[in-house]
Write a protein that binds this ligand. Structure first.
Ligand code: ZN
Length: 344
């Protein structure tokens, strides 16, 4: 399966947390957390359409200013999601600068902020450079099932975790993965052209198999032949479940958090999860509401993910990267002990 998305950590594992999810066939990316984002550079930051904030401890939010700096002076819209208080925090950040010149810019930067609440409700408002970042168009919303973003072929879900303050974990899901087998198209003498994206969209929308699509060449000189979605699926289409990427950071290892993480990350292709301390420091981890490497590995195993990528290592363990990774990997691969460690 040709991947459509490439998730990578913004920093090495001892650096600030953050995940950059690049869309390989579109000029677009989704960013999880805004710590030190300088390694991304302007070109990658300009692809960002959505930013999902876990919480606003400084190592997850200090990059807000750099993001703002890069977006200013361009026609750009960004959606930002975050936990309770994020609206006021963004507003305060925006209003901590003098903007006497910004209204004369020919461009408009719009930041749409969605604040999520643990009861499934939320608030959304817009801040535009054209109106000196005044809060506008505020509306109250609800997010059933924790779904905060739903598009034709993707979905982002959020789950609240306890980290001495509320902290959000996120799962990005591609609904279906639709590919054309190019060699089969050629063999059947079917032309490429806009009709292919029409078919793709119809499949993604879940249109019935007897829906007929008219084959048209790029130049439009081969009109007429109609093929049903069922025939296309049989002959030239590859339709498989899409990819899933989960991002879990800054969370206590409580039974409720464990249940929510396993539910959110279930079956993910990639689980990016904090592994702050070695397990010998489990007590410290509990005090600071963080996971140990072993706990991260256990959660990855319980969630049945394909790959686990640990990050957010404590500077306390500088020089012990191998041990941290080994702890995660061992807990991820071992079968549950008979003492009954299971989903909690
Ligand atoms: Zn934190």
């Amino acid at each position: 399966m040709t991947p459509h998305f490439l998730p990578t950590l913004v920093n090495p594992p001892f650096g600030d947390p953050g995940l950059y999810l690049d869309f390989l066939f579109a000029r677009r990316a989704i960013l999880f957390d805004l710590g030190d984002i300088s390694p991304l550079g302007a070109r990658k930051l300009l692809r960002v359409s959505d930013i999902c904030i876990s919480h606003t401890h400084i190592d997850h939010f200090i990059g807000f200013d750099l993001m703002l700096r890069i977006m200013l002076g361009r026609d750009k819209e960004i959606r930002l999601f975050g936990p309770p208080g994020i609206m006021r925090q963004v507003e305060n950040r925006l209003h901590s600068y003098s903007w006497n010149l910004i209204q004369s810019y020919p461009t408009e930067f719009i930041l749409t902020v969605t604040e999520l609440h643990p009861d499934g409700s939320g608030a959304r408002a817009r801040f535009s450079s054209k109106r000196v970042f005044a809060r506008e168009a505020q509306e109250e919303l609800s997010f059933p099932g924790g779904v905060i973003l739903e598009e034709e072929n993707l979905r982002i879900r959020a789950a609240f975790l306890e980290h001495s303050i509320p902290c959000l974990a996120y799962a990005f899901e591609e609904k279906l993965h639709v590919n054309f087998m190019k060699n089969r198209l050629t063999e059947l003498g079917l032309p490429t052209g806009p009709w292919l994206s029409q078919v793709k969209r119809a499949v993604l929308r879940g249109e019935p198999d007897d829906t007929v699509v008219i084959v048209r060449s790029e130049a439009g000189d081969r009109d007429g032949e109609g093929l049903s979605i069922a025939e296309l699926k049989e002959k030239v289409l590859q339709v498989v479940p899409g990819e899933k990427v989960a991002y879990v950071t800054d969370t206590a290892f409580t039974p409720e958090n464990r249940r929510r993480i396993v539910d959110l990350a279930a079956g993910a292709d990639y689980l990016f999860i904090e592994a702050v301390f070695l397990h010998v420091d489990a007590e410290r981890a509990r005090d600071r509401a963080h996971l140990t490497a072993r706990q991260a590995g256990e959660l990855a195993r319980e969630a049945g993910v394909a790959r686990v990528i640990p990050f957010h290592f404590s500077p306390r363990h500088l020089g012990a990267e191998k041990e941290l990774r080994r702890e995660v990997a061992e807990a991820f691969s071992i079968s549950p002990s008979p003492s009954g460690r299971g989903p909690g």
